[in-house]
Design a protein around this ligand. Structure first.
Ligand code: SF4
Length: 220
């Protein structure tokens, strides 16, 4: 095994062990149902996860699958999206359900490229569904994951880094593992608590001896 692969395997294991002790528990992390993951991701758009939990639970009870959602009235969905401040995004809920019924017979595809054709499902959500529902590795990148990969591997990306090819490529490599679902949850929480956008917790970071950003800071 190459040194680089070895290092990636080590940090994957460390992240997952960290998550087992420190990770957050959300209802959408106990399911592999693509529909439920899609609804959670729609709701999590720029909204704190803790705030989403009661709305998500209520929504799933009322609309447990795409068939139920496709029959929903616009005003019913708006009640949920207004609560979360998502406003015009109510359209994605009904349009996605109708699209999945019409194009995929009500079954979510397991390929992230096909998933990304569904209205409202962008690159991040399609990759997240592929990873969580089907355990199929995909180049999942949001601004937090991009920031972590950019720092850790000292990729030197600037600007809107989550769209940069070298970040997407690194994510594809990083999440290319059997337990990509666990690794994704681990990375999301690690980016929320340790490798944060503002004040980094490098000194207490379990990955610091492997992190190029940290090592460069220590030995400029
Ligand atoms: S050492 Fe600092 S920059 Fe590196 S992964 Fe940890 S928190 Fe992020």
């Amino acid at each position: 095994m190459s040194e680089c692969k070895d290092k990636i395997n080590t940090i994957r294991k460390k992240l997952i062990n960290w998550y087992k002790k420190n990770g957050r528990d959300f209802p959408w992390r106990h399911t592999s149902d693509s529909y439920k993951i899609m609804i959670a991701e729609f709701m999590l758009h720029r909204t704190r996860a803790e705030q989403v939990v009661p709305v998500y639970n209520d929504f799933i009870q009322r609309f447990p699958n795409v068939f139920a959602l496709s029959k929903a009235k616009t005003e019913e969905i708006q009640k949920y999206t207004e609560t979360l401040g998502l406003h015009w995004r109510y359209k994605h809920f009904i349009e996605s359900a109708t699209y999945i019924l019409e194009n995929f017979n009500g079954n979510f595809p397991d390929d992230y490229r096909l998933l990304s054709t569904i209205p409202g499902i962008g690159e991040y959500i399609s990759c997240a569904i592929s990873i969580i529902s089907y355990k199929k590795p995909a180049p999942v990148v949001d601004s937090n994951i991009a920031r972590f990969l950019n720092r850790f591997f000292n990729l030197g990306a600037n600007g809107e880094i989550r769209r940069k090819k070298l970040i997407v490529k690194k994510s594809e490599e990083f999440f290319n593992t059997r337990n990509c679902d666990e690794l994704l949850f681990s990375t999301i929480d690690f980016c929320a608590f340790i490798c944060k956008p503002g004040k980094l917790l490098c000194e207490e970071c379990i990955l610091n001896i492997f992190c190029e950003y940290y090592l460069l800071k220590a030995n400029p």
